[in-house]
Design a protein around this ligand. Structure first.
Ligand code: CA
Length: 374
């Protein structure tokens, strides 16, 4: 038994160390995006496996990479290289999994207020709650109470809102935040969002008190939000469920959103519905010396508007972006059967951070948030 316990302790220790290695790898990839052009050939990509993810990052796309490790004769973990390979098909002794996602792929919750988006905040909330399945007539309780929660005054925006006098009457009582949220999960304290144990965050039955045939199920909205970024949605990186909640992408069957995803991934490149650019890209990648990584991402908002019909420049200015300097990282270290996970938010920048509480790594990466799974 002692042997097993010692192995567990060692593996856990090493898995934690892998999280640090994962951060270094993520940092390396973020720096590499400055050095890649997107013109790299298949030969280049075959020589260096980090080129392709670096290009994806440069284009504002989500990246998933992993690194295998094997124990050497001394039991130390070494990165997989030609020399350290334990053998074809053999399970690696350890692995690092890294996901890097541009943070503007989600709504910045703290900007979804009058002080952030102005009147458009109402439109965005309406889309978010409608897509989630919250009945129209019950939305104002959530929206107005959210506004009251974050605004610094103690006057309710409407009878559907709530300030401290409302929360102080609850059991147990608490006061209204009157400031920005520190976590997305904090939503559950807000009037309306607290309904049925905060079901709107994870999804479930909105009105369990009703008879079964009147019950409404809602989808969780928690994954639509972040607490960082400009507030605009990155059209290269945003997942489908977020794109569906952008007011200017509203249509009957989510057709615009499907078109956006097909265009940016090149899924429609062979079809006549694809933009001229997507079709040209598909042809361009077959020739000798042509770039190895197909490029369908939206280079800028003009490119986006040219390829996605029916969106106005005005709406694009309000809601959309292709820029990113804040990233969400998911790092996982596995050693044997022990897994350690961390979620981090990092800012890539010049190092002159405006966030005084942030800690800086040796290079230009600023860690805004570091949350280990316990
Ligand atoms: Ca308030």
């Amino acid at each position: 038994m002692e042997g097993k316990a010692a192995t567990y302790v060692r593996n856990r220790h090493q898995a934690n160390a892998l999280l640090e290695s994962g951060l270094v790898l993520a940092e390396m990839l973020m720096e590499r995006q400055e050095d890649v052009s997107g013109e790299e050939t298949e030969e280049d990509v075959a020589k260096d496996r980090w080129i392709e993810p670096a290009i994806r990052l440069k284009r504002g796309q989500r990246v998933e990479v992993s690194q295998r490790l094997y124990r050497d004769e001394l039991g130390k973990l070494q990165f997989e290289t030609a020399n350290v390979l334990a053998g074809e098909g053999e399970e690696p002794d350890a692995e690092i999994f890294i996901t890097i996602e541009p943070e503007p792929a989600r709504w910045n919750l703290n900007k979804l207020a009058r002080a952030g988006f102005g009147d458009q905040a109402d439109l965005i909330w309406n889309r978010i709650l409608t897509v989630a399945g919250v009945p129209e007539e019950e939305q104002s309780e959530l929206v107005d109470s959210f506004y009251d929660w974050v605004d610094d005054d103690s006057v309710t925006v409407s009878a559907d809102g709530a300030e401290s006098d409302y929360y102080e009457a609850l059991t147990p009582p608490y006061t209204c935040k009157n400031g920005p949220l520190d976590t997305v999960g904090e939503l559950v304290y807000i009037r309306g969002f607290n309904r049925n144990n905060g079901v709107i965050l994870k999804g479930g039955i909105w009105n369990p008190e009703e008879s079964e045939n009147r019950q409404i199920s809602v989808s969780g909205i928690e994954n639509l939000f972040s607490l960082y970024g400009s507030g605009k949605i990155n059209v290269n990186a945003a997942p489908r469920e977020v794109l569906l909640t952008v007011p200017c992408f509203e249509d009957v069957d989510g057709l615009i959103v499907d078109t956006i995803i097909e265009e940016r991934e090149g899924l429609n490149a062979d079809s006549p519905t694809a933009s001229a650019k997507a079709r040209q890209n598909a042809r361009g990648t077959s020739g000798f010396g042509a770039p190895a990584v197909e490029d369908y991402h939206f280079a800028d908002i003009s490119d986006f508007l040219a390829r996605i019909p029916g969106i106005s420049q005005e709406d694009a200015n309000i809601y959309l972006t292709v820029d990113c300097d804040v990233y969400k990282l998911e790092l996982e270290g596995r050693v044997g059967r022990v897994r350690r996970k961390v979620t981090a938010v990092v800012q890539k920048g010049s190092g002159d951070s405006k966030t005084s509480s942030a800690t800086s790594t040796q290079s230009n990466l600023v860690i805004l948030r570091w949350q280990e799974e316990t």
